[in-house]
Design a protein around this ligand. Structure first.
Ligand code: SF4
Length: 92
């Protein structure tokens, strides 16, 4: 004898799927983002410029709220100083 799913059981099972679909991006997006950025050590990041080359004039730099505030980088993980520098420097 085949057991058929009643409406309540169907709602319970589809509700779990909908919840999983809604929560997955919140769980996996930060992990994926962290996985795509290089570590500071791997690009020899330093908190000081290399001559006139520095993060604030690098094409990969994303400035913070002010010119002197810590920003972020499109390639390197973590807070980035506008006066920093690394091997991935690209003049802007
Ligand atoms: S690529 Fe390197 S130099 Fe350029 S902003 Fe990122 S950390 Fe700074």
């Amino acid at each position: 004898m085949e057991k058929s799913m009643n409406r309540r059981e169907w709602l319970k099972s589809t509700g779990k799927v909908a919840l999983a679909v809604a929560v997955a991006p919140l769980v996996f997006a930060p992990l994926a983002e962290a996985g795509t950025l290089a570590s500071k050590a791997s690009v020899h990041y330093q908190g000081t410029p290399s001559g006139s080359n520095m993060c604030s004039n690098c094409a990969n730099f994303v400035p913070g709220s002010t010119a002197k505030a810590m920003g972020t980088c499109k390639l390197v993980a973590g807070a980035i100083s506008p006066e920093g520098y690394c091997y991935d420097y690209v003049p802007s």
